[in-house]
Design a protein around this ligand. Sequence first.
Ligand code: F6P
Length: 320
Amino acid sequence: MQRIALLTSGGDSPGMNAAIRAVVRKSIYHGREVIGIRRGFAGFIEADMGPMNLSSVADIIHRGGTVLRTARSEEFKTAEGREQAWENVGRFGIQGLIVVGGDGSFAGADIFHSEYNLPVVGIPGTIDNDIAGTDFSIGFDTAVNTVVEAINKIRDTATSHERTFIVEVMGRNSGSIALSSGLAGGAESILIPEREYDLDQVCKKLNRGYKRGKLHSVIIVAEGAASGIDVGKEIKRETGLDTKVTILGHLQRGGNPTAFDRNLASIMGAKAVDLLIQGEQKKMVGMVAGDIITMDLDEAFKEVKPLDLELHKLAAILSI
Ligand code: F6P
C-alpha cells in the first residue's frame, strides 16, 4: 500500500479538515503518498484529484468545512459512474481509499469495494451522529455547542419579552442534535423523529410553567420530527402565548471545530491510515466508551443507530 487516496463526502462537518490533516501527515510519516480527491465521489469520477504534501494541510486544523470540498454524487450511484472512478484508480495508481462522511458515503465506498476490491476505510464525519458502531462522529460535538450557544442567546431575549421560542435544529432522520442540545440547553420540550410527540402535552407543560412564573420557554424541534414553523403556529393557536420560531439551519454545519472534534478527527484519521497499511479491506473507525475501535464498514451503514431515549426522559424530568 504505497498510494492512499482520500475524499470527504456528503454534508460537511466541522473537524473534517483535522481528519484530512491527520491522514496526510500520518501517511507521509510512514513513507506513503496521498492523493486528495476534491468534491467527494463526484471528483473521483471526474479525476478531480492530485497529490498532497505536508504543506497542503498546514493551517487547517482549526477550520470548519473541508478543504477537499464535498458533494452528494448521484452519478456514483450508477455502475457507469463507478466504472469511470475505477479507471481513475488505475490512472493515479491508487491502492486504498479513505472516505470521511456519513452512511450514504459509506454505502458508496462499500459497493465500490465489492465491485473492484479496492481497500476502503470509512471515518464517520457528520453532525447528525447517526452512524451505528460509534458513539461519536466528527462534527457532532461542534454542532451541539453551536446550538447551545444559540439557545443561550435566545434565552436572553426570550426572558426579556416573556416569549416562547421554537428552535428548529438539523437532523433529517436523527434527533441526536436536538436531544443533546436540548438537554444541555434546558429546553422545556424536545421533539425528535425517534419518538411520537403530543403537542397538547407540550402546550399543557408550557401553560403550567407560565402559571408557576416562568418567564420564557424553549422548545427544540429536530427538522425530521416536524417543521418548527408549524409547531410555532400550533402552539400560538393553542396557548395564545407570544411564540417565535428560529431555524438554525446550516450555521450548525460551520464554525471552528471544538477541541473534542479536532482530537477525534486526528485520532481517527491516523487510525484509518494504519488500517490500510495493515492490509484491512473494508473497515470503519469508531469510538466506543472512549476507545478507538474498528468494525466492518457495512455494519455501520446497514444498521440504524439507536438514540438514547432515557436521555429524552431525563430532559423532560429536569425541565419540569
Ligand atoms: O447530514 C447532515 C445534514 O446537515 C442533515 O442534518 C441535514 O438534514 C442535511 O445534512 C442537509 O443537507 P443539505 O446541506 O444538502 O441541504
